[in-house]
Write a protein that binds this ligand. Sequence first.
Ligand SMILES: Cc1cc2nc3c(=O)[nH]c(=O)nc-3n(C[C@H](O)[C@H](O)[C@H](O)COP(=O)(O)OP(=O)(O)OC[C@H]3O[C@@H](n4cnc5c(N)ncnc54)[C@H](O)[C@@H]3O)c2cc1C
Length: 619
Amino acid sequence: MAKHKTHFEDCDVLVVGGGMAGTGAAFEARHWGRDLKIICVEKANIDRSGAVAQGLYAINCYMGMQWGENQPEDHVRYARNDLMGLVREDLGYDMARHVDSTVHMFDEWGLPMMKNEKTGRYLREGKWQIMIHGESYKPIVAEAAKKSADKIYNRIMITHLLMDENAENRVGGAVGFNMRTGDYYVFRAKTVIVAAGGASHIFKPRAVGEGMGRTWYAPWSNGSAYALPIAVGAKMTQMENRIVLCRFKDGYGPVGAYFLHLKTYTQNANGENYEKKWYDQTKEMVGEYIDHHPTPTCLRNHAFIQETIAGRGPIQMVTTEAFQDPHLETVGWENFLGMTVGQAVVWASQNIDPKYTNPELTTSEPYVMGSHATCSGAWVSGPEDLSPPEYFWGYNRMLTVEGLFGAGDTVGGSAHKFSSGSFTEGRLAAKAAVKYIEDQKAENINVSDKQCEDFKKAIYKPLENYTVGRNEITGGTVSPSYISPIQGLQRLQRIMDEYVGGIATNYMTNGNMLKRGLELLKWLEEDLENVGAEDYHQLMRAWELKHRALTSQCVTEHTLFREETRWPGYYYRGDHMKLDDENWHCLTVSRRDPKTGKFTLEKVPVYHIVDEKEKKKAS
Ligand SMILES: Cc1cc2nc3c(=O)[nH]c(=O)nc-3n(C[C@H](O)[C@H](O)[C@H](O)COP(=O)(O)OP(=O)(O)OC[C@H]3O[C@@H](n4cnc5c(N)ncnc54)[C@H](O)[C@@H]3O)c2cc1C
């Protein structure tokens, strides 16, 4: 163990993950905490890390309040509708009322924004989206964070949160290791903001073998945002609400700009509009939700999945009409070049020119995240002026662990934040974290050397497992005494895929399958004590896997708890095939006891704050 040098860093605000939310947090923490010590720790390099690493073509969340385009209330109604009624409206409203100011800063910082030539406003792609030339989106926001933080640590993976030993349930910092040098890092902090992205690769992806690593959500998003708080007993919400995306086949290329800007549409193999055909069947399952406008994302997926099961695939995007217009053709290709260049490469390899061939679509494996058209994540306090008592405990975006904050994919219940909303939520969390420190809530934190040493031993154990276990290998790579991170990952993905509603079962699961899945996940947990890592990169893979496995347990527990099919098209409970508003129009909240590893779940009321406000105004 002496081989791994230990570095100590004491700070006021520690930001874990330098993606969209993390850069927003670092920036805003400096604004409010001029004299505070602010540290940001990132697993990759913040210039090109997180889901926005490659760039984006649109900012998906912009109200346009200055031009009266949308108001925060409109966005709350939109997100609520898309999530079949279940969102934290206080969090959504709070994000929406601040998001425009974030986008205006991006504009000032040099992000190339497309403008509507007639109106001079930002060019709209849809009601909420504005178009950007966003290849350099991430380096631009990273610069703001670099200028704000005292120090950015790149290439350090945070594996555990530290807890205060003087006060019950208060955070004390975080620990991790440098993937290049192997050094051990202890960050003792008064507040911690977890902004470590969502979770891909917990369900078996469609792309395996030669395509392995190709996923829609960032492959390096490994659920640390969930595992870190779950491990210390923070409450989580809506973890069953995974997302399935309709995307271009094999390259996971996005379809939003095609639908909205190019006005393309989908059809089945016979050239029919299949969505309408599933109206009656869907109404039977979810009632009036199918009549909502716009049709919730999961219900559109539902029609796609059922049409494919009925044997009328492949489903295609009709591009051959729009692509006859040279301008739209350019937009269609550029959409990938700034965001998912791999899709263009896949089409080239399959001899698909969308001007002449309608490309195939598919539904992805499920992902767990809190910022897209889904809202799994931590159960956090809302803002003082909006939140009902059940949703408020002192500091905006603080988890149920004192001094521990979250933003972006980390935070549950607040869907449709996207890149701009995640940055905004990072700002909100940082402002509250600074206030927490100013209010002297973070005094006398004690993190003992023993706590740090114990984590150090645990972190490097996979290296030891390998060093000892490799001597028993007589041929090949299979050891009787350790499993490699890739073997563990594939086992995890199969459990989730086959028991928890992945692609193998057309997103179908039920109580018995989930219980069996939980048993298998428990055995996997035991075996992960014996994961072996041959170098520091594999050590990172080992810890990514452990975080994915813990996240998966939480997802499975939540899916078992909610006895209804709330989001057909995201997953189905075969034993409860209908949406059940009478019993399940609520949020689910879980807590894992750090001592026993047991989860407890509860229902928490969902408050429709926006329309309540309006009803009161009217009366
Ligand atoms: C394919 C795709 C397309 C999208 N398209 C759009 C779009 O067109 N418009 C739009 O507005 N939004 C879009 N989004 C959504 C947007 O990218 C996310 O909402 C946003 O990035 C979420 O911010 P975040 O900070 O929570 O996560 P991220 O930005 O992913 O950042 C998480 C960071 O945490 C780091 N990290 C993870 N684990 C650890 C650890 N253990 N220790 C240290 N660091 C860690 C990661 O390396 C990463 O840098 C898209 C997302 C994807 C994946």
